[in-house]
Ligand binder design. Structure first.
Ligand code: GTP
Ligand code: 3PG
Length: 212
């Protein structure tokens, strides 16, 4: 069995757009890059992962061990399915699709998700609100249509039924905590360690001055 991780990534300028009201483009890109580097380092530590690929329209540089795949430019689901097809073409037998914005992710989270997926052929990791899908482990071959976007967790469960697969659902803090909205930043500052401390200063500088 060969299990590769596949990370879809928007371009640097487009990423983390929902935070545009509270962070500058440079701050958003810095935060996104730190989270991406964390996810890649965790994947490299996970014993169940044999390779890492990023599908992006950007020439993202993450070192020679990370395979870069071209983005067809038709949105997230097409980017993911084209990345999965390319990995399958290269002989990969299992894929772990996961988002790049998981700052609390650990190697144990990855190995637990892969182990669950190996039991049933499909494992889903919802976000902490059980609305989005932060990671999917999928045994190949076998068609599975990706439905990332609003309410994707429910839609991926429905897709599992359609594809005649039993989805294992894996809920762990490291898999569930993603950073999308301004409200997520306080939690990231509190739980993400010193590397995200710059965000506290960024948020403070946005606060309105007090009247005297
Ligand atoms: N390759 C690729 N990755 C994408 C695309 N759209 C989204 N992604 C990635 O998929 C993950 C989830 O996407 P979103 O939640 O839409 O994007 P985000 O950058 O996290 O946040 P927002 O810009 O605020 O929506 C992120 O890691 C994105 O970088 C796409 O069209 N192509
Ligand atoms: O399906 C999803 O979970 C979304 O496409 C991406 O997730 P996010 O909005 O949590 O980044």
């Amino acid at each position: 069995m060969t299990c590769w991780a596949l990370i879809p990534l928007k371009t640097r300028s487009e990423g983390k757009g929902r935070l545009a009201g509270v962070l500058s483009p440079v701050q958003r890109q810095q935060m996104a890059r730190l989270m991406l580097e964390h996810v890649v380092a965790v994947l490299a530590d996970a014993t169940s992962i044999d390779g890492i690929a990023v599908v992006s329209a950007d020439p993202v540089e993450l070192g020679p061990e990370v395979l870069r795949l071209a983005d067809p430019g038709c949105g997230l689901n097409v980017a993911v399915s084209s990345g999965v097809m390319e990995l399958e073409r290269r002989g990969v037998s299992e894929v772990l699709v996961l988002h790049a914005d998981l700052p609390l992710l650990t190697a144990a989270d990855i190995d637990a998700l892969v182990a669950a997926g190996r039991e049933t052929g499909l494992a889903l990791a919802p976000d902490r609100n059980a609305q989005g899908t932060n990671a999917i482990h999928l045994a190949l071959p076998g068609r599975f249509t990706f439905h990332f976007g609003p309410m994707s967790f429910t839609r991926h469960q429905a897709e599992a039924l359609r594809a005649d697969r039993t989805a294992a659902v894996v809920t762990r803090p490291g898999l569930g905590f993603d950073v999308d909205e301004p409200a997520d930043l306080e939690a990231l500052i509190a739980r993400g360690g010193a590397r995200y401390a710059f965000l506290a200063a960024a948020l403070r500088s946005k606060e309105c001055p007090q009247q005297v």
